[in-house]
Design a protein around this ligand. Structure first.
Ligand code: AMP
Length: 518
């Protein structure tokens, strides 16, 4: 089996002039397209890798900061071609959080591909101009030290319950095993006459859903049309861009598809070549699938499931019209080859079909654990012998069951939520509120509609009575903005004299979830 890095080199050699990546940049007059060919991706990443290999002493992971500029992709490949993992840090990450990630990783260098403000003090940083110059002038890398097998390919930091993000390490082998499957998911989509297949990228690169589109496209010789955040806020420009993409394969969260479905123009006439929707990251409802099927009669819909800790996705199912009509929340499907899923009770005993328990994933895409966090790794990961092979295993804390050969999802068993597709530990927000001077206690409650989280509400008890609720909300929000990305900041803040308690003295989250709110 060829590795993803070998495949990328082969495709670049075979069609250097074909476009590999397109995105849009905001300018004074609106948006303009920026693109990069396969040849440019190969050349630039090789030269930047050559520089990293010759200048850096160790092989510790490097932070790559920015959003959707082509230089991000160049930097990712440069890191792994020079034998080091990369840590994607999205431009939406506030300086405090970037500092936390840098403190955990201790990178020898930060590649600031889009000149983000607030780089951690005292760290060596290459800005975008320096990176671009190196992409032209540095000696090419010979790829002899590129990552492979159990080397770490990337580390994605996700929300952590302590208030600090935790880094999920994904090996080169995990990524290759995932791609061997993801390419099959897309196999039914024909290529255009020039051999290209266009993949839509919605997720930021710091979210592992982006690995799905980015690497499946590169692995199969396709190309990517990335949708940057500013465009997602301008529907007119977004639809104009989408219409220009000739996209064949769509990969996003269901939330993003829902947002677009609110506009009737999101249909097959806008994207006549579109043949496949691949969803992951949160529950896909039968309703969304039905609406999509009506708007895109030529496209197939596949629901996939998996946590970052087992490399993007490990189960999948093609959604049939009967399935969409029957299930409010669609099944997760069946395991990919190389993965075994067990439904376990609290004691770790495997439950029979039909019984609800924890979804536990074993197999060849499970991460070796969190970066520099042996305690959390020991808590969540383990090993097992599945079908005669020794495999790593991950406790998802997702509840589910298996019926008629399909896996079903029944929500979380802990305080992790998905809001607009983003993974958030409520305790991460709580711990960041608690460090704000004047706050005595807090609890963050998800507000749900039809079971889906729509908003977050922070209930706060302060040390002294709040004089002005408006000013206090502004102060808390301002403090949180320094530490948390916008999607993690609760929309509502309620100041209480006390929090309701359960019989055994814990905060009664259920009472707050169902009770009246601001
Ligand atoms: P992330 O690590 O951000 O990909 O989030 C992983 C979590 O998202 C899983 O543990 C599930 O709770 C949820 N999730 C992912 N895919 C699905 C799906 N298809 N249906 C329901 N929940 C999902």
């Amino acid at each position: 089996m060829s590795t993803v890095l070998e495949k990328i080199r082969l495709h670049a050699r075979a069609h250097p002039d074909r476009v590999a990546y397109v995105t849009v940049k905001q300018t004074a007059d609106g948006f303009e397209n920026v693109h990069m060919t396969w040849g440019e991706l190969e050349e630039r990443s090789s030269r930047l890798a050559g520089y990293l290999a010759s200048r850096l002493k160790g092989r510790a992971p490097l932070l790559v900061c920015g959003h959707k500029d082509p230089l991000m992709l160049v930097a990712f490949l440069a890191c792994v071609r020079s034998g080091r993992a990369y840590v994607p840090v999205d431009a939406s990450t506030p300086a405090g959080r970037v500092g936390d990630i840098a403190a955990a990783v201790e990178p020898e260098l930060i590649l600031n591909a889009e000149d983000m403000d607030g780089m951690p003090a005292g760290r060596a940083v290459l800005d975008s101009a320096e990176m671009r110059a190196l992409c032209e002038t540095a000696p090419r890398c010979d790829d002899s030290g590129q990552v492979s097998g159990e080397d770490i390919h990337y580390i994605i930091f996700t929300s952590g319950s302590t208030g600090l993000p935790k880094g999920v390490r994904i090996t080169a082998a995990c990524l290759d095993n995932f791609l061997a499957w993801s390419q099959n998911l897309t196999a039914g989509v024909p290529a255009k006459p020039n051999g290209d297949r266009v993949f839509i990228n919605q997720a930021p690169f710091s979210f592992d859903l982006s690995v799905f589109d980015l690497y499946t496209a590169l692995y199969t010789g396709g190309s990517i049309r990335a949708i940057p955040k500013p465009l997602q806020g301008d529907m007119k420009a977004l639809f104009a861009y989408l219409g220009s993409t000739s996209a064949d394969i769509w990969i996003s969260t269901p939330s993003f598809a829902d947002l677009l479905l609110a506009d009737n123009a999101f249909n097959q006439s806008l994207l006549p070549d579109l043949r496949l929707f691949l969803f992951c990251g949160e529950a896909l409802t039968g309703r969304t699938a039905e609406k999509l099927a009506a708007a895109f009669p030529k496209a197939c819909i596949t629901n996939t499931y998996g946590p970052t800790e087992s490399t993007v996705a490990v189960t999948g199912v093609v959604v049939t019209p009967e399935m969409a009509a029957e299930h409010a929340v669609l099944p997760l499907g069946v395991e990919k080859p190389g993965t075994r899923i067990f439904i376990m009770d609290e004691k770790g005993a495997v439950l029979p079909d039909g019984e609800k328990g924890e979804i536990v994933i074993a197999g060849d895409t499970v991460s070796p654990g969190y970066w520099n966090n042996p305690a959390k790794t020991a808590e969540m990961f383990g090993t097992c012998d599945a079908d005669g092979t020794h495999a790593r295993l991950y406790h998802t804390h997702d509840a589910g069951y298996r019926k008629d050969g399909l896996l079903f999802y029944c929500g979380r068993m802990d305080k992790q939520v998905k809001l607009h597709g983003y993974r958030i530990e409520l305790e991460d927000i709580e711990n960041n509120i608690l460090v704000i001077p004047g706050v005595e206690r807090t609890v963050v409650i998800p507000e749900r509609e039809n079971g889906e989280v729509k908003d977050l509400v922070a209930h706060i008890v302060e040390e002294a009575p709040v004089q002005s609720v408006i000013r206090e909300r502004q102060r808390i929000r301002g403090e949180l903005k320094k530490r948390l990305p916008d999607y993690m900041i609760p929309r509502k803040f309620v100041f209480d004299d006390s929090l309701p308690m359960t019989q055994n003295g814990k905060v009664d989250r259920k009472a707050l979830e169902s009770g009246p709110q601001c």
